[in-house]
Write a protein that binds this ligand. Structure first.
Ligand SMILES: Nc1ncnc2c1ncn2[C@@H]1O[C@H](COP(=O)(O)OP(=O)(O)OP(=O)(O)O)[C@@H](O)[C@H]1O
Ligand SMILES: [Mg+2]
Length: 493
C-alpha cells in the first residue's frame, strides 16, 4: 500500500488555521511530518468534537479523514510540529522531555489545537518509539469524552485509528493514533524547560503568548501593580484548584500527575493509568508503577499544589519577587475548599450552603471509607433515596446498615424544610449513573482487539451523557466484577 506521506496533495477539508503557537518560533518546537502508519482502520470517532472544530462530521467517517488523522497524509493548511518541554516526574526533575510522540497539526481559526498522539518519533522521543498502543489509546479516547460528559475541563478526543503495525511494550501490542483537541496543549513543563535552561527571553515570550491568548485579564492586573506573570500564576492556580475539586468529588484518580501532565489551562490531560474509584478507598493508588503512592487519590490536591510551586519557580525570573509568587498561590487552598464544598453540597442535594455542611460531608466520607462502599453507586442510590423517600437501598451498601443511621438522621434534619424534588434533581444531575470504571474500559479494549468496536461505541454513548438513565444499560452502572481488582494499569502506554 502507498502510504502517501511524502507525495500526496494535502486534503482540503475547509479548516481555517492560524498557528498561534508556531508563531513563537523554532526555539519552541521542531517542524516535522507524522510518520506513516500502515493499513489504518477506524476505532472510534466523535461527531461532537468534529462539530466543535467546524469539521464536517460525515467527512470524519471517510478514508481521507482516516489517512489524515493517522498521519499518512497532510491536512491542507496544517503545519505539523513537536514541541519541547520538561518536567518533574515523581518529584524529580527529569530534564528535557518534550513531545516524544504527539504532533501538533496546528490551531484552527476557531482557536482549537489539533494534535496526533502516537504519530511517530520526534527529536524529543529519547529512547521511545513515538507510538501509542491501542489499549491505552482506547482508555484516553473514552476518558476524554467521559470527562467532558461529566462537565470536567479536559482535552477532547476527535478520533482514534488503529493499525496492525506491531508495537512492543511488556508484550506485543499494536499501534494506534489518537487525534485530540484542546485550546492549548501547553503544560507546566513547557515553562519549566525554558526556566531550567536559563532561556529567559523564550520564557518571557511563552508567558506573553499564554497571557495574551488565554488569560488576557492578566494584562489588566499590571495596571493594579501586579506583574502579568504573577496574575497568570494566580489564575492557573485557581483553575487547577477547581479542577482538583472536581476530580476529588467525582472520585477520579489521575495516576501520573507529573508537572509535564499539568495543563496551563487547568484541563485534565494525559489519560494514562487513571481510574475512577470503585470502592471509596482514599489512599487508593491506581498506577501500578507508583510504588510510593505519590499520586494516590487523596494526595492529588496537595500534589497539584506542589506542581504549582514548580510552575512558580519557573516563572520567578519573570515575576521577580518570591513573595509575589507565593501570594499568587495563596488562594489555592481556599479555591479548592470552596469548589469542593460546592460540588459535595450538590451531590447531597443541599441547595443553599450552611456552616454545618462541612461536618456532614466529612462524616459521610469517613463512613464510606470505613466501609469501602462503592463510591458512584452510593451517590446515585442516595439521589434516588431522596427522590423516593426510601433509604433502605443506601443502608444495604453498608455491612452494618445501622452504622449509617446516625448520619442519615443528621442528613434528614438538614433536608427537613427542603422540597425533595429540586434536591433530588440536583443530585441526579451531580451524581453520574455511568463512570468509566476500569473493568468497563478493559472490556472495550478486549473486544476492540478482536476487531469489534461496538462495546467502545456503547460506552462512548453512555459516558457522553452519564447522568441520564439509559434504560436497558444498568449492567454498565453495576458493581465491578471480581476480576476488576486484578487489572493492573501502569505507565506503559
Ligand atoms: N513511546 C514513546 N515514544 C516517545 N516518547 C514517549 C513515548 N511514551 C512517552 N513518551 C514521552 O515521554 C514523556 C512522558 O510521557 P507520559 O507518559 O507522561 O506522556 P504521554 O502519555 O506520552 O502523553 P501526554 O502527556 O501527551 O498525554 C512525554 O513527553 C512523551 O512524549
Ligand atoms: Mg504525559
Amino acid at each position: 500500500m502507498n502510504l502517501r506521506a511524502e507525495s500526496d496533495t494535502p486534503a482540503d477539508v475547509g479548516l481555517d488555521w492560524r498557528h498561534g503557537f508556531a508563531a513563537l518560533g523554532p526555539d519552541f518546537f521542531t517542524e516535522l511530518r507524522p510518520a506513516p502508519l500502515p493499513r489504518p482502520h477506524w476505532v472510534g470517532t466523535s461527531p461532537d468534537v468534529a462539530r466543535l472544530i467546524g469539521l464536517d462530521a460525515s467527512w470524519l467517517q471517510s478514508d481521507a479523514a482516516l489517512q489524515a488523522f493517522t498521519g499518512n497524509t497532510l491536512l491542507a493548511g496544517s503545519r505539523p510540529l513537536a514541541s519541547v518541554y520538561g518536567g518533574h516526574q515523581f518529584g524529580v526533575w527529569a530534564g528535557q522531555l518534550g513531545d516524544g510522540r504527539a504532533i501538533l497539526l496546528g490551531e484552527t481559526a476557531g482557536g482549537m489545537e489539533i494534535q496526533l498522539k502516537g504519530a511517530g518519533r520526534t527529536p524529543y522521543s529519547r529512547m521511545g518509539d513515538g507510538r501509542a498502543v491501542l489499549r491505552s489509546s482506547i482508555r484516553e479516547f473514552l476518558c476524554s469524552e467521559a470527562m467532558h460528559g461529566l462537565g470536567i475541563p479536559t482535552t477532547r478526543a476527535l478520533c482514534l485509528s488503529g493499525s496492525p503495525a506491531p508495537v512492543h511494550r511488556e508484550e506485543p501490542e499494536t499501534a494506534a493514533v489518537l487525534t485530540r483537541v484542546a485550546p492549548s496543549f501547553l503544560r507546566f513543563g513547557h515553562f519549566e524547560h525554558f526556566a531550567a535552561n536559563g532561556l529567559h527571553a523564550q520564557l518571557q515570550a511563552l508567558a506573553d503568548y499564554t497571557v495574551d491568548r488565554y488569560y488576557p485579564e492578566c494584562r489588566a492586573a499590571a495596571e493594579r501593580d501586579v506583574p502579568p506573570c504573577a496574575a497568570l500564576l494566580r489564575a492557573v492556580s485557581e483553575r487547577t484548584a477547581r479542577l482538583m475539586a472536581q476530580w476529588q468529588a467525582v472520585g477520579f484518580c489521575h495516576g501520573v500527575m507529573n508537572t509535564d501532565n499539568m495543563s496551563i489551562l487547568g484541563l485534565s490531560i494525559d489519560y494514562g493509568p487513571f481510574q475512577f474509584l470503585d470502592a471509596f478507598v482514599p489512599g487508593h493508588i491506581c498506577n501500578h508503577s507508583d510504588a510510593q503512592g505519590r499520586y494516590a487519590y487523596d494526595r492529588q490536591p496537595d500534589v497539584a499544589y506542589w506542581n504549582l510551586l514548580c510552575l512558580a519557580q519557573a516563572l520567578l525570573p519573570l515575576i521577580g519577587d518570591p513573595d509575589l509568587a507565593m501570594q499568587a498561590l495563596a488562594s489555592y487552598q481556599a479555591t479548592f475548599s470552596d469548589e469542593f464544598m460546592a460540588r459535595m453540597r450538590a451531590k447531597l442535594g443541599l441547595l443553599e450552603p450552611r456552616a454545618e455542611d462541612a461536618q456532614l460531608i466529612d462524616a459521610i466520607l469517613l463512613l464510606l471509607a470505613r466501609n469501602a462502599v462503592d463510591y458512584p453507586i452510593f451517590w446515585r442510590r442516595l439521589s434516588h433515596a431522596v427522590q423516593r423517600g426510601d433509604f433502605q437501598p443506601v443502608r444495604d451498601l453498608f455491612a452494618d446498615g445501622a452504622s449509617l443511621d446516625p448520619w442519615l438522621r443528621s442528613y434528614a434534619q438538614r433536608m427537613a424544610c427542603a422540597d425533595p424534588a429540586p434536591a433530588a434533581n440536583l443530585m441526579l444531575a451531580s451524581n453520574p449513573k455511568y463512570v468509566l470504571r476500569k473493568h468497563l474500559g478493559e472490556q472495550a479494549i478486549r473486544t476492540a482487539k478482536q476487531g469489534d468496536f461496538s462495546e467502545l461505541q456503547t460506552l462512548q454513548r453512555l459516558l457522553g451523557r452519564p447522568f441520564d438513565e439509559h434504560p436497558g444499560y444498568d449492567a454498565y452502572a453495576a458493581f465491578p466484577p471480581d476480576w476488576a481488582s486484578a487489572i493492573e494499569i501502569s505507565c506503559s502506554s
